[in-house]
Design a protein. Sequence first.
Length: 380
Amino acid sequence: MKFIINGGTLSHSLNSVMGLIAKNNTIPIVENFLFVLKENTLSISATDLETLANINIELQQAEAMGKNAVCVPAKEFSSLVNQLKAIPLTIFVNEDYSIDIVTSEGKYSFKGLEPDDYPQMTQIEDANVFTINSAMLVKAINKTIFATSTDDFRPQMSGVFLEFSQKGLTFVGTDSHKLVRFRNVTYATEDARGFILPKKTLNIIQRILSSVNEDIEVKVENNTSNIAFYFGNYIISCRLIDGKYPRYEEAIPVDNPNKLIVNSSALISTIKRVQIFSNPTTYKIRIAVTDKRLTITAEDSNYGTRGKEELPCSYEGEPMELGLNAKFLLELLNNVETEDVCIETSRPNRPCIVLPYEETEEENSNSDESLLMLIMPVLL
């Protein structure tokens, strides 16, 4: 193959899927990109064996010569192309699978590999098909992915759970210490189903869609074992995580008479200062709340340090003290986009619900989206 492509276009495409390229993989072929030329379309693939990304780029000039498919060393090739963003590149793939990049200032050569053993995208049979707005998808990923587990022994909790039901389309992430549920009611369906998506796949999709300057429709196909996302000139497919997701709804308490309302940014700033004095292993802080005052303290008995701050709040319920992990609580609070946040609980040893708070019920009811977060308490 021979084709001419803008260096910036090629660099952007390679970088968008570079996260799939792993070093020292047990199967060396996946340390490469797969380039395939069909007429005037260059197809670029990257995979980590679990997820496969494909990009199609329309070319102005291309010729069928030499080999029309080749595996390109990903790290070295992309490193060079990232330095050649501002100029056009003429790329040759020769009969021996060697690759030449020619510019107005130089020539660079790589050794390519035969493409026969490169993994191919799985065809999804008996697929469910739906479309989703890209802005909503990015938001749902951002709101939930940070709450997923990093424990390899609980693979079901290492991904984000997508669930269709009469209530809408729900995204859930949890690591058993915290839980986030993001729901959009416009995608409600009578056909209830759910599946668990790997974190790496969602990170790739989020990164690509976040770079697009407009809302686009994302077509999704899935069956019980695989899923594929189609948008723009990309196809991202992966294997779904096997197993049943935890029954997360049972972990969410429904009767929470104690309600704390406080300014989000003020609470975040206070916790950041006070947590400096917490034990670096537990990050435990003590929250004491009365009618109009919220007191947050932390101490590390090993070093004799202690921090304490108060801030105004609105509170309905009995005076209460509870212990929380400051690190986890900050992760949830940083996910709140409203000026105020509402924290609800029933007893100090029960989970706390963290919700965005609006001044009026009307503002609360107008949105098609809802966000609920949960944090487990720690022993005082």
